[in-house]
Design a protein around this ligand. Structure first.
Ligand SMILES: [Zn+2]
Ligand SMILES: [Zn+2]
Length: 295
């Protein structure tokens, strides 16, 4: 299996001289099975450069898995160039939206309104299919088994476990570890605590023993209190997940848009200093646009 990062930035694209090393595109991760099946995790702006590389090997079948519909995870979708070329297939997977009462077909149809984009969905030349997924219901995509898990974010967010060829990867999308919304002396605290423990058990199952965990580590511990409830994790929470689930490699991603490359390396080094690696601990890495990891 191969994992290639095309966008590792959170919230908004952040190009410029201060982000050259880790990149400014928003979330997009290419997964290739050993059979060369193409799975794409999220369609942030990173999907545009990815789509350019596909033009040399058309026709293409792209299985896009959307974690959730915040802009930084779907903004590149209308710019996925194979959609404009007959013979290609785009299979878009994602969650049912309880607010709109619609499935994943709504994601692109909203983006492709004339007010926002000059080409309508009906004018796209590729075959476009929609697969609305349900939590913890696995689907088969070629040789890959894909299982969505509900994460904790202000909108429905699926984390995806992908297993193929005896290898596995889990991507959280945007995720903040659940915390108790009650004070310890309030009624409801104990019951909410049970809910949190159930969520944690599900997340442990989702990530358990994967070769590669790719996780939302937007903030430092020091920044977190002022961002609590925004739906993002910290370097520390990701390291704790990686240890708990016994993963082999952790990639921290969804880098804060205002963070320069130097600042990113500095806060990452600080987080690692608090968690010195023991022999059986996971390997900790910063996701970097353009990096490819084969395992
Ligand atoms: Zn995001
Ligand atoms: Zn989000």
């Amino acid at each position: 299996m191969k994992v290639r990062f095309w966008g590792v930035r959170g919230s908004i694209p952040s190009p410029g001289p201060n982000t050259v090393r880790y990149g400014g595109n928003t979330t997009c991760i290419e997964i290739r099975t050993d059979n060369d099946e193409l799975l794409i995790l999220d369609a942030g702006t990173g999907i545009f450069p990815l789509s350019q590389t596909l033009l040399g090997s058309l026709p293409v079948t792209a299985n896009v898995l959307i974690t959730h519909t915040h802009w930084d995870h779907i903004q590149g979708l209308p710019f996925f160039i194979p959609n404009f070329i007959p013979g290609n297939t785009l299979r878009l997977h994602g969650a049912f939206n309880p607010v709109s009462g619609k499935g994943v077909e709504q994601v692109m149809s909203v983006q492709l309104q004339y007010s926002y984009f000059p080409v309508r969905e009906e004018e796209m030349k590729a075959r476009i299919q929609y697969v609305t997924l349900a939590p913890e219901q696995s689907v088969q995509i070629g040789s890959a088994t894909v299982t969505p898990y509900l994460m904790n974010h202000p909108v429905v967010d699926f984390g995806y476990r992908i297993e193929a060829d005896g290898k596995s990867v889990f991507f959280t999308g945007d995720h903040e570890p659940s915390y108790n919304i009650y004070n310890i002396d309030e009624e409801g605290y104990a019951q909410y605590q049970l809910f949190i423990e159930e969520k944690l058990a599900t997340i442990e199952k989702a990530m358990h023993g994967v070769d590669v965990l790719i996780a939302d580590s937007s903030y430092t511990e020091a920044e977190y209190p002022s961002k609590k409830g925004w739906g993002h994790g910290t370097f520390d929470s990701c390291i704790q997940y990686a240890k708990m689930a016994g993963v082999k490699v952790l990639y921290c991603t969804h880098h804060e848009p205002t963070r320069s490359d130097d600042a990113l390396e500095a806060v990452f080094a600080q987080a690692l200093a608090l968690h010195p690696r023991q022999p059986k601990d996971p390997e900790y890495r910063l996701a970097r646009e353009g990096e490819c990891f084969e395992f």
